[in-house]
Design a protein around this ligand. Structure first.
Ligand SMILES: [Zn+2]
Length: 391
């Protein structure tokens, strides 16, 4: 399944479900009723919950697509085949990395962790590549649907490594850029545009001079002798024409136009199948990979709650009574059968957690976790090591 560029214009708002949930307090009540009456809820989070941590959203009033109509994220095919696009990508990512590294979880992440500890949710899937869920609650298994920014991998030998040492290499190979980065950080009013994936656009900057290294494992592999050409410092030499050579290093996040890993897709579907309800937070479900998971839950007759500022892709289908209207059980309910509210997810979840803790106590002893279908960061690292060593 390919990750495609989603709708780029903000989606229209949707009437509150239940129809009384038009204030923060009534939205909180609806979400707590929803969670009180489920056995095992799967959380699906999107860029909206990381906005409070300082990362931009793709859409919404302050979204990247809204503020910068020209913004186009990089395509997988361009990264693989065009040396110039890799220089451009790594230059922008190099400039933005410090900002990503400094980002910390906010109320929404922390509350998701506490809801999980308390037994009110059974697991989570995120579309975000910022690692903030894992940073906030490292023991909670999480499926990173679109990968992570914090690691890089070689497209040829699939060796994974951490981003910081790679970033250090980029500093070494690009001393002028390194100076520029320092200048940028000490000039707060420099006109930069920060993208949701940690990349930075500086108007007027030429990216061709940026240098990046090849995979060191592939470089030493005699099979690729002469196919990976480096300069005296160890940076990739400029490649004209098709730049699809061995040893290309890419961040582990899924680019647009790239296939989701089958293993991740199955893991996410398994979580949906094991849950009895889905709670969407901070996502407009504009990417198909996320939308179809909610559709899958709906098709299985499962309950859905959506807390998002702004509209959600094709949501009429989730609430339809068969005659093009929102079904009465949703409209006139108390949130138990479904919720659709437009408030900050952190505010709503925190309020709901307070109610749940007060009237439901901890549920941890009777929770139905979806753990077996996810993996902690540690599990993922071990799995990668295993894959690398069995090759
Ligand atoms: Zn390699």
């Amino acid at each position: 399944m390919l990750l495609r560029i989603p709708y780029t214009t903000p989606l229209p708002s949707f009437p509150a479900i239940p129809s009384t949930a038009t204030t923060l307090q009534t939205a909180i009540t609806a979400v707590s009723n929803f969670l009180l009456n489920t056995r095992s809820t799967l959380v699906l989070s999107g860029a909206g919950i990381s906005v409070a941590s300082g990362l931009p959203d793709y859409r919404g009033p302050q979204g990247t697509y809204t503020l910068n109509k020209e913004y186009r994220p990089i395509f997988y095919g361009d990264f693989v085949h065009k040396d110039a696009m890799r220089r451009r990508y790594w230059a922008r990512s190099f400039l933005g990395w410090k900002g990503v590294e400094r980002v910390r979880p906010n109320k929404a992440h922390v509350t998701v962790g506490r809801l999980w500890e308390g037994g009110w949710i059974g697991g989570a899937i995120t579309q975000n590549v910022d690692s903030l869920h894992t940073m906030s609650h490292p023991d909670m298994p999480i499926t990173n649907l679109h990968g992570l920014l914090s690691t890089v991998l070689c497209l040829t030998c699939r060796t994974h490594s951490e981003r910081p040492p790679f970033q250090k290499e980029l500093h070494r190979l690009n001393p002028t850029w390194s100076e520029f980065l320092e200048k940028m950080r000490s000039t707060p009013d420099m006109p930069i545009k920060r993208g949701p994936d940690g990349d930075i656009e500086v108007p007027g900057v030429k990216y061709e001079s940026f240098r990046y290294p090849p995979c060191q494992t592939c470089l030493k592999n005699s099979t690729f002798h002469g196919m990976i050409r480096i300069d005296g410092d160890g940076a990739m030499k400029r490649i004209e024409g098709d730049g699809n050579v061995p040893g290309i290093v890419k961040p582990t996040l899924v680019f647009f136009g790239e296939n989701l890993r089958d293993e991740i897709k199955k893991e996410a579907e398994g979580k949906v199948d094991a849950a009895d309800s889905v709670l969407v937070i901070g996502s407009s479900l504009a990417t198909y990979s996320a939308w179809r998971l909610v559709k899958r839950a709906k098709d299985q007759g499962k309950k859905v709650a959506i807390v998002n500022l702004g509209g959600v892709r094709g949501e009429d289908a989730f609430w339809d009574d068969g005659e093009g209207k929102v079904a009465a059980k949703y409209r006139l309910g108390d949130g138990t059968d479904g919720v659709r509210v437009e408030f900050d997810a952190g505010d709503v979840l925190e309020g709901a957690l307070n109610i749940l803790e007060r009237i439901d106590g901890k549920r941890a002893n009777r929770k139905v976790p979806l753990d077996s279908l996810g993996a902690s960061r540690r599990d993922i690292e071990l799995r990668e090591i295993e894959i690398a060593t069995t090759k």
